[in-house]
Ligand binder design. Sequence first.
Ligand code: SF4
Length: 407
Amino acid sequence: MTASPATVARGRADVCPGALQTHAAADGALARVRVPGGLLTGDQLRALAAAARELGDGALELTSRGNVQLRGLASGAEADLGDRLAGAGLLPSATHERVRNVLASTLTGRAGGHVDARPWARALDAGICAEPALAALPGRFLATLDDGRGDVALLGGDVGLRALGPDRVALTLAGADSGLRTTPDAAVALALAATRGFLDERAAQGGTAWRLAELDDGPRRVATALSSSGRHRGQVPSPARVEPLPTLLGEASGPPLVGTPVGTFPQADGRVSLIAVVPLGRLTAEQADLLARLADEVQLSPWRSVVVPDLTEDAADDAAVVLHRTGMVLDAASPWTRVTACAGRPGCAKSLADVRADAARAVATGTLPADGARQHWAGCERRCGRPRGDVVDVLATLDGYRVTAAR
Ligand code: SF4
């Protein structure tokens, strides 16, 4: 684990939107609903679809953290939205609603991986919501729960669990291995202890950082405090053996799912899952209702795709046809698996272009820049929603789009 630079001083608290604390966008209020693990029941999906149709602009936006946004909310719609979300079990804590950022491996518990990370996601979310002090976490704080396949472990979580085998779990801090090990049963307790450790270290360093990596030597200090305090119930050796993530990735289990998995995946129980990409992450209320009819539970991925699990092969064939007709993408060769965009005009006042319309036009006409490489279109330098990894930037400027190489 390498030392992080000196503490980053933030002049203000983070203003990440939530379901109740909305953001005033150019097209109305924007609400972000946290979906720990990306896991949504059919009833929850139906409730979100109805809210989008009746309160918002008729669609759900999928985010790079597997969450859902509603746009175009009228002034005063927050109370109605809050009631609907609470009724659907999507708002278990009004005080903690913005800090439930939990990613879990795509397909976990169904195909690949050493463990099922879904119980971790539910337990970690419940643990966060149960502790009043954890309401002070920044809205940008992120937990990643990787079942061993190495997908979400690479997404830079502040705190993360990474299964190394069926009985051994690594704690990651700021996206790197901490050297601490535990068992699957004790893993959530360790992640919660690390989360508390972030707040303690943040307070010791001035109390303004949003992310663990912004603290001076934050990951090492939190790991040292954990291994010396014994205040968690995990079986954790001293952090003597720190392995870089690439070493851990050599132990990955299951299909390589780094990036955008798409298509049909056989499950361990003989059934199959479909993974469909949602172009530009905009899921219409009608598409959401369709997904809710196809599965009792779906999983949203950080790559703006949706897992439709537990299908027979015949049902999967039929579902794939219907999803394709609605505009969802199940072809791994589709350019839509490589194109993302920020909100752009008209939703964002800062945008210099309607980037979504322009990106869609480029896909339709086969004129994507950079030979169709993985790319993110953005209306200004902030590049909201840019995926991690090698991505070409297609940036709106006053003189048209500027295309810069992947970095
Ligand atoms: S990148 Fe700029 S234009 Fe796009 S949503 Fe963010 S602030 Fe708005």
